[in-house]
Design a protein around this ligand. Structure first.
Ligand SMILES: Cc1ncc(COP(=O)(O)O)c(C=O)c1O
Length: 408
């Protein structure tokens, strides 16, 4: 067996110490970054297989290199599993996107022209920054936010569509913790001849388990990252109504990307096989139970939450009316071995580097199957830290996470 550490030896001491440090951090910090989750071990193993060897350009069934039957079969199998998982038909897929951002860029490339109007969720309301910053380079973008109840403002979306007749409407967020009504959005899109892209990066598993409204049957395009709720590698998947698949394939290669990374294609297929095997309802129940315990404990400590709660693994503490900032909270929690990230909220008076919000995600705790007593202790520690603006306990989180070393 090949040992990376032996290879690195003394020659690459600096790289070696960075790797060692990374392992220690994994075992000593509770990772509550909103998008963090532990991949299935089988998925990680798939990355280190002969599929890393072959470069082969083209798309499924139309490659420019020999010996691609295996990879084409994997992609066909993955598509079958995707349709089964999401209980849908009439959709095709391309699972080659290197990342979530590229999955979306593939859709943009397939359907948008310079100066087209596009309606997206404002980044400070929860929309992903890449939607905004990439599209801003060649399209006219119009952003929507939330209403006074912190719900997505569907009326404002309709007004934007009526005025600007966008070519594309994007729904799906990285820091909006609520269910999104894709049916309502699709009705708006139909009225104004607008295509609908559902970016379900943070919500794929809830859609599989029928806990969130499904975009399938409504959205023209559905994209998602594979490393969050679905426990895959860091990568993207594009699904589209069948009529768009040749445009999507052409945009994927050779426009947005070069040769597909076949070890990643294998890893995504293995992820789908794992999802076919596990009890997804049980996993989703666990996520939602932990999330609602966090929400309750935060409320008991009188913390204000963006949208006043959560329908997912994400919880956003709202510090807009406080003199305490997201950055300060992040730093205090880090000193107590808890990783979270600062996050802007609607009408935030603070910069993206300081912010008036903290985003907390509890996927890792659900994957570890952490007992209630332990995750409640973590929630109380976070709430007390933010409430009292001081370090409460520097060892608790570290003690809680250390015994889980075994699964990493
Ligand atoms: C909703 C959403 N879309 C896109 C992305 C971008 O994914 P990636 O980091 O793989 O490019 C993210 C990342 O967290 C996301 O939350």
């Amino acid at each position: 067996m090949y040992h990376l550490k032996n290879f690195l030896g003394d020659k690459f001491e600096r790289v070696r110490s960075i790797i060692d440090n990374e392992y220690s951090q994994m075992n000593e910090y509770v990772n509550l970054i909103g998008s963090a989750n532990y991949a299935f071990p089988s998925v990680l193993e798939a990355m280190n297989t002969p599929f890393n060897l072959n470069p082969s350009e083209g798309s499924r069934g139309n490659r420019y290199f020999p010996l691609c039957d295996g990879i084409d079969s994997l992609e066909a199998m993955a598509e079958e599993m995707l349709l089964k998982l999401f209980h849908c038909n009439g959709y095709s897929s391309n699972i080659e996107a290197y990342s979530g951002t590229q999955a979306n860029q593939i859709v943009y490339q397939a359907v948008l022209k310079p100066n087209d109007a596009v309606v997206i969720m404002a980044p400070n309301a929860g929309g992903h920054v890449s939607h905004y910053h990439y599209l801003n380079t060649f399209c006219n973008i119009y952003t929507y936010s939330v209403n006074e109840m912190d719900e997505i403002d569907y009326e404002a979306i309709e007004i934007l569509c009526k005025k600007n007749h966008p070519r594309l409407l994007i729904a799906g967020a990285s820091s909006y913790p609520r269910n999104i009504d894709y049916i309502k959005l699709s009705e708006i899109c139909q009225k104004y001849n607008t295509l609908l892209l559902a970016d379900i990066s943070h919500t794929a598993i809830y859609i599989v388990a029928n806990r969130h409204v499904s975009p399938f049957g409504y959205a023209d395009f559905v994209t998602f990252t594979t490393h969050k709720t679905t426990r895959g590698i860091r990568g993207g998947i594009v699904m589209c109504k069948e009529e768009y698949i040749s445009k999507i394939n052409r945009a994927t290669f050779p426009i947005v990307q070069g040769a597909p990374k076949f070890n990643e294609v294998l890893a995504k297929t293995i992820m789908l096989a794992e999802l076919d095997l596990i009890n997804i309802n049980e996993y989703v129940d666990r996520i939602l139970k932990i999330s609602s315990s966090f929400v309750n404990i935060f409320k008991e400590h009188d913390l204000k939450l963006y949208t006043n709660g959560s329908d997912s693994h994400l919880i956003l503490v709202d510090l807009r009316e406080s003199s305490f900032t997201g950055k300060e909270a992040e730093e205090l929690l880090l000193k107590q071995h808890i990783l979270v990230n600062r996050n802007q909220l609607p009408n935030d008076r603070r910069s993206a580097n300081i912010t008036s919000g903290i985003r907390i995600g509890i996927l890792t705790l659900a994957t570890l199957n952490m007992p209630e007593k332990e995750y409640n202790q973590l929630a109380s520690l976070i709430a007390s830290t933010i409430r009292q603006r001081r370090i409460i306990d520097c060892t608790l989180a570290c003690e809680i996470i250390k015994p889980y070393k075994i699964i990493l």
